[in-house]
Ligand binder design. Structure first.
Ligand code: SF4
Length: 328
């Protein structure tokens, strides 16, 4: 079967099955570029269903590039609150400023220029070229990877390497509808070729799929296992007041407000007999022991947060999780 047939089959499926996503509703070229930029930043490391309400709210608050570039960072972060990876929000604002200053408010069509923008790497630049500019790129996200691994039953380390996956990607060929085609393949991965229990009977590629023929759908990953780290968090509180600090110490959640924390080892963690919680981050599993002091300690650069005003602050979900696990 030639590439043309493959792309026609995938696009036919997409036209009949795609989700109505808010960034797919476009009224002008300007909107298409801006919506793609915002959605691609939000979708880095985050699932579509989580992003949708954030995207709708964000576009209401910052309807265009200019408004975003000239908005106060605190306001932008407030509207990003809960989505995580806050550096994305800061980079998005920096990118908006740079686009206005150096690119006349437009997304460049050159991959190297795109990659020179804050927060835009290989993957996001190819997504922007495909989706916003209709260029023949197929970004390699987790969905595309999974489809390829199953189509060709790729199992060993060399087979699942980035290099080999890029070679195998030629299976898809290209289409004149590059923007739709890139989204169609990713959509197929998300809706049909799911990580667990793929819906092969609905798949336009079922005749081409080795995994389907062998009934072997197990995906080999590049050993992305999360390491476990141990922390001791100190909760200093008196009545409704809680002591928090601006995090300068840890690379994750930099500059965000957290409870004072120290990293400890497993032995120390196990020896402490206080309340313990688990928090899953993208790159580690955090095991946190909570020392709950019913007093306030003097710590420089700290702030006292009134629990009744909690919504006024930009707090990472991480800090909120500790809050909600405390018996008040
Ligand atoms: S046939 Fe099944 S396993 Fe193969 S690509 Fe389609 S959904 Fe995935």
């Amino acid at each position: 079967m030639n590439n043309q047939n493959i792309s026609n089959k995938i696009l036919f499926w997409y036209d009949n099955n795609k989700r109505e996503l808010p960034w797919r509703k476009r009224t002008s070229t300007k909107n298409r570029e801006y919506y793609t930029l915002v959605s691609e930043f939000m979708l880095q490391q985050t699932q579509v269903k989580t992003v949708v309400p954030y995207f709708i709210n964000f576009i209401n608050k910052f309807p265009n590039l200019r408004k975003l570039a000239y908005s106060n960072e605190r306001k932008i972060l407030k509207n990003w609150e809960g989505l995580g990876y806050y550096s994305r929000a800061r980079n998005l604002k920096k990118t908006a400023i740079k686009l206005l200053k150096e690119f006349n408010g437009k997304l460049p069509k050159d991959i190297e220029k795109l990659k020179s923008l804050p927060g835009i790497g290989e993957y996001t630049s190819s997504s922007i070229l495909a989706i916003a500019h209709n260029k023949p790129f197929i970004p390699m996200d987790g969905n595309v990877e999974r489809i390829l691994k199953r189509l060709f039953l790729l199992k060993n380390k060399n087979e699942v390497s980035r290099e080999n996956l890029n070679i195998k990607k030629s299976f898809f060929g290209f289409s004149k509808r590059s923007s739709d085609y890139a989204q169609a393949i990713m959509e197929m991965g998300a809706l049909i070729c799911k990580p667990i229990l793929p819906l092969c009977s609905h798949c336009p590629l079922v005749e081409n799929c080795k995994a389907f023929k062998k009934k072997d759908f197990v995906i080999k990953s590049k050993n992305k296992y999360n390491k476990v780290k141990y922390f001791e968090a100190n909760v200093f509180r008196k009545k409704n007041k809680y002591l928090l600090i601006k995090n300068k110490k840890f690379g994750f959640l930099r500059n965000l407000v957290i409870f004072p924390m120290t990293e400890i080892n497993k032995k120390q963690f196990n020896s402490l007999d206080f309340k313990k919680i688990n928090v899953k981050m993208s790159n580690m599993n955090m095991k946190i022991v909570l020392n709950d002091y019913k007093k306030i300690k003097k710590i420089s650069n700290s702030l006292l947060l009134d629990k009744s005003n909690i919504n006024k602050y930009i707090l990472p979900s991480f800090t909120k999780k500790i809050f909600s696990s405390l018996s008040h």
